[in-house]
Design a protein around this ligand. Structure first.
Ligand SMILES: [Zn+2]
Length: 495
């Protein structure tokens, strides 16, 4: 979701520009645009800074240099070898990759963990390069302006600034649990653009001496993720999630697979090695899953070492840790406690914060403490356009190091709220400074490449903090037989 918001920053910035005509480097056709190459470079550069701030980069210069090297090789073979290219591994467990206009390409450590070779990774990067060379971001900006979507984009931009500054204008958010809809709309490429990026990715692979059929392997591995997520959800009696990875923003996978296979067949030739060994070496020790800096979930508890806080959810509740907020949702998903970090300039007292953040029309404050930390509970009404007012309930707490947090009580309706109230209160009460036991539980995980032992993933899983099937998924063999003993495979270790 952050990806969409950030992309919107780049797009809204140029909406004021008037149209001009450029030649598309891929098709050779002239196209009317609000974003010429200079604007692409300038807006991409600005948004790049936002992306780095929002996600953070993986602090491993060797890995960054490796990924950048492969990216530069592919970009040199692309339709826009002339622009400066930047490739960055983001410190995010999300399985994702994306690009901004002007040659900025991002790949998360989350997606790298599931790749099995350099050629796989090159497939993902090649696809993203394709979005840039074919000017898909610029086309989207132009479409938006033509369709008069400036207002929507501005709304999304508002959401970004809000999560940065924390609060102002946040009232829209309280009623609705999902604010990603508009953002997703703004960020989506068309189906044709996705298929074009696939085809360009395969082309760049082939020109860089990687077998373009690796595009197919990438899709297969990511498709497996969707099946795995669906399987887990069913096992836990949850609704099957709509994919949230790189793949889900893309066209029907079967159609995609078919088209890539056709494309790949056009580039039959002899290719260099798929670089599996180099790749395994490069991701050795790379962090897996959430990081302590961004907060991590272990069982029913959430730990944030940087902020020094921990919370524990009631049994059956779900913890969702996103950059802009931590959400602990009821088993039915119809109520949640959402924790937002309050920026220092949001107000000096709890009352100020509530007034500035919510702008309530009326309400009642109650002072208290949570595990020794000053807390102020507020129940009141927010003004709405129709004049009816919207109920709001929130607690502001000052935690360790004087960091302030807003704990919002969210629910779909009054019935859901009543049902969830004991859980919401219990969650709030669990807010605490991290104890030594919490610190022990909050150790991060890392990827390690090892030769497959004779006992297969079952044997590796005995030493790993994740179950056997997760290791199978990580290695793309879930639902298949294990690779032979001695072959290099990835496992997960506690740091
Ligand atoms: Zn794409």
């Amino acid at each position: 979701m952050i990806r969409s918001l950030v992309a919107a920053v780049a797009l809204t910035a140029v909406l004021s520009g008037c149209g001009t005509t450029v030649v598309n480097p891929v098709t050779g056709q002239a196209e009317r645009t609000v974003m010429d190459e200079r604007a692409e470079l300038a807006e991409g550069k600005k948004a790049h800074a936002e992306v780095l701030k929002e996600y953070g980069v993986v602090k491993d210069e060797r890995l960054q240099a490796y990924v950048n090297g492969i990216g530069q090789t592919l970009a040199k073979q692309s339709h826009r070898a002339n622009i400066p290219w930047t490739f960055t591994v983001l410190d995010s467990p999300e399985v994702n990759a994306f690009a901004l206009p002007g040659g900025y390409v991002y790949i998360t450590r989350g997606i790298l963990a599931y790749m099995d070779s350099e050629a796989d990774m090159a497939g993902v990067i090649g696809h993203e390069i394709g979005h840039v060379t074919a000017r898909h971001g610029a086309q989207r900006a132009t479409r938006q302006q033509t369709a008069g979507l400036g207002v929507l984009a501005a709304t999304v931009l508002g959401a970004v600034l809000e999560s940065k500054a924390g609060l102002s204008g946040g009232t829209e958010m309280f009623g609705q649990m999902a604010q990603g809809v508009a953002a997703g709309y703004v960020a989506k490429y068309s189906r044709e653009q996705e298929l074009q990026a696939d085809s360009l990715g395969a082309e760049y692979l082939a020109r860089s001496h990687y077998d373009p059929r690796n595009m197919i392997d990438v899709i297969r591995v990511l498709k497996l993720q969707e099946a795995f997520a669906a399987d887990e959800a069913r096992a836990e009696g949850r609704p099957v999630p709509e994919g949230a990875n790189w793949l889900s923003s893309h066209p029907s996978n079967d159609q995609r697979l078919q088209q890539i296979s056709q494309n790949a067949a056009r580039y039959s030739g002899s290719y260099a090695s798929d670089g599996a060994e180099r790749f395994h070496q490069a991701i050795q020790g790379m962090r897996f899953g959430e990081s302590p800096e961004q907060g991590l979930t272990r069982g029913r508890s959430f730990y944030h070492a940087g902020l020094g806080i921990a919370l524990t959810a009631p049994s059956g509740w779900r913890i969702d840790n996103e950059a802009e907020a931590l959400t602990i949702a009821s088993p039915q998903g119809d109520a949640a406690l959402r924790m937002i970090s309050v920026p220092p300039d949001a107000g000096s007292s709890h009352e100020d914060i509530i007034r500035n953040a919510l702008k309530p029309s009326e309400g009642k404050l109650t002072r208290g403490t949570i595990n020794g930390f000053d807390a102020t509970h507020f129940v009141g009404t927010l003004p709405t356009r129709n004049g009816q007012g919207q109920p709001v309930e929130v607690t502001v707490v000052t935690g360790p190091k004087n960091n302030r947090f807003l704990l919002l009580y969210l629910s779909q309706d009054a019935a859901a709220r009543n049902r969830a109230m004991p859980g919401l209160l219990a969650t709030e009460k669990s807010f605490r400074a991290m104890t030594p036991a919490d610190q022990q539980a909050a150790r991060p995980w890392a990827i390690r490449s090892v030769p497959m032992p004779r006992g297969g993933f079952a044997e590796l899983a005995r030493q790993a903090p994740v179950p056997e099937k997760r290791l199978q998924l990580l290695n793309g063999t879930w639902g298949r037989s294990d690779p032979p003993a001695g072959q290099m495979v990835k496992t997960v270790v506690e740091q």
